[in-house]
Write a protein that binds this ligand. Sequence first.
Ligand code: SAJ
Length: 409
Amino acid sequence: MVNVVGLGYIGLPTALMLASHGVQVVGTDYNTQLVETLKGGKTTFKEDGLDELFEQAVKAGIQFSDRYQETDLYIVSVPTPYDEKSKKVDASYVEKAVEAVLAVCPKGATIVIESTISPGTMDRHVRPLVTEKGYVIGKDINLVHAPERIIPGNMVYELVHNSRTIGADDREIGEKVKEVYASFCQGEIVVTDIRTAEMTKVVENTFRDINIAYANELAKICRSDNMDVYEIIRIANKHPRVNILQPGPGVGGHCISVDPWFLVGDYPGLANIILAARKINDSMPEFVLERVHNIMKERGMTDVGRVGLYGLTYKENVDDMRESPTLQMLESMEKHLCGNLVKVYDPYITGDIVPNQYHDLDEFLENIDLVVLMVGHDEIKQNLRKLAGKVILDTRGIVCDMADTVYKL
Ligand code: SAJ
């Protein structure tokens, strides 16, 4: 039996996937409300294919509990934020989860950490917890790091088809854990050591952050000299060895905007491009705000209350608002004392999160003159005609219209 600890964005789909492929699974989370929701037959976030997977897993007998189970294999998937001050990984959730597991697990158990951790986290934060209990690592308890790679919006597909990394002290244990993942994973599963697995995961997300920062810097350069950054990236990407990502209003989510900080925190003075990229991406919400200000000035608009932000989530077609550029922009607006005036709408956010939030696209559009497209949800892509007559600031490059009412980043 596998006890999956932490039933969030990664733990839940992983638990469901294992269960629906014949593995006996108990999913544990200390959030009793979340466990009750799952027991009541409902998933806790929206994701393509997740409800279907949930149904299959329930049929296969998955169980949910707020208790840690006594078993021989644990998969820990809890948040790893970064410490605001030191920029280093905040491993406290991982530590608490491992402590809870160690309190119940039998000797010989394997603890797999799936959460993203910076290189050396296992050595500094996890191994001491095991040895303090008097256990010998590799004999009484085995430690493994198997970072996930799935992208929100396409998680279910990627769980099955992506390649995976398994980091283990001991090759044999690595191979055993590989077998468990191979129950559903059709991609290549590479077995390596723990530190390599830790570093590889952080390196992957940092690569994407740097690439997006390059696109964002190009957007600023092109804006300053009246060039079309989208057209330039489109043409440059026809080169067989060039693949520049897209500029946007900032980098959100709990991965790409967080993981590079681990390297900055752990290797100050060495992580220079990485730090610069973080700063560029973090500057984007303020850059969009400046664009709004300039467009309003150019068009003689004075009422911030007629400005609407479309999209609250950190990216398209997900309901996740963590580190969302829109929320960062609203924070900036608050500093300029206009944060509570602007109107906001997102089809994925049903609760009331910010002031002047609408829950109907038509009603939202009726009440604004300038719409800032912060997120390219399919909903707006399918309803672009509804924007007729509005001034549009498109931060996602989704509007092809060349009218003089359409502004790009
Ligand atoms: N973004 C851009 N321009 C782009 C692509 C993305 O501005 O061209 C923005 C998005 O709008 C969003 C942010 O970047 O705000 C991050 O979104 P994302 O879709 O690039 O990535 P995440 O954070 O949803 O998921 C990433 C993925 N990592 C990589 O692609 C290297 C995923 O595979 C990881 O599993 C995930 O992080 C994670 O959990 O670590």
